[in-house]
Design a protein around this ligand. Structure first.
Ligand SMILES: Nc1nc2c(c(=O)[nH]1)N[C@H]1C(S)=C(S)[C@@H](COP(=O)(O)O)O[C@H]1N2
Ligand SMILES: [Mo]
Length: 216
């Protein structure tokens, strides 16, 4: 399997910005709040989304903007397009062009709605045949393999439909679309110019994340 431009294979271990290096408590009955450009803001059980018809299995890579990739992960879950079709009925989505996903750790990332609805974007609740847990992103995580890891929100508890892009936790570092094939690592400077920067920072980023998690 060819790797996207500027990426190198790495072991798949929990990763993220050190600010979010917590292992959140996952409630027994996790809920997802659906809000923003909707007629009826709603809270529903994560299990209700995970139980929708049309579950799929997906083998895909996870590509972090810091240049590491886990090339072949095996996910299962519900296509976001199916969840969105259900939600469009249930909460009355109107006029949205972007969708923000939020996690139990407070992390947030926004995708173009068009990108989130593409085939191969899942709300996944299983990895390598096992249910997600506190380490891997329970109760469910967004899997959008065509987009950098920072768009793949773990521990999803919020879906917010929006008219405008919101940079969320990546702040100025991110890119509105974050497409891996186009190397949209950041909205500033061409993506390939970030490769050496991220490669240099990666060991410290990993260590800081590890240190944060071992505290919680
Ligand atoms: N809730 C939450 N989701 C998150 C993050 C995070 O810190 N919190 N980090 C993102 C980043 S930058 C990456 S690369 C991937 C890492 O996924 P992993 O922990 O399975 O390696 O999760 C993404 N989703
Ligand atoms: Mo990342």
């Amino acid at each position: 399997m060819g790797l996207p431009p500027g990426q190198r294979v790495a072991e798949h271990v929990p990763f993220g910005h050190p600010e979010f290096a917590v292992r959140p408590e996952v409630p027994d009955r996790p809920a997802v709040t659906v809000t923003g450009l909707v007629r009826r803001p709603t809270q529903l059980a994560a299990a209700e989304l995970a139980g929708l018809a049309g579950r799929v299995e997906l083998r895909a890579g996870l590509h972090c903007v810091t240049t590491w990739s886990a090339p072949d992960l095996h996910w299962s879950g519900v296509p976001f397009a199916a969840a969105h079709a259900f939600l469009a009925e249930r909460v009355g989505v109107r006029g949205a062009r972007w969708v923000t996903f939020g996690g139990l750790d407070g992390y947030r990332a926004t995708l173009a709605l068009e990108d989130a609805l593409a085939p191969g974007v899942l709300l996944a609740d299983r990895l390598a045949g096992a249910p997600l847990d506190r380490d891997t992103g329970a109760p469910m995580r967004l899997v959008a393999p065509a987009h950098y890891g920072y768009k793949n929100v773990k521990h999803v508890c919020l879906i917010e439909y929006r008219r405008d892009y919101d940079a969320g936790s990546a702040r100025w570092r991110g890119h509105p679309r974050g497409r891996v094939a186009r190397e949209e690592r950041s909205r500033f400077l061409p993506g390939r110019m970030w490769r050496p920067v991220w490669r240099a920072l990666l060991p410290r980023a990993r260590a800081a994340y590890e240190a944060g998690r071992s505290r919680g």
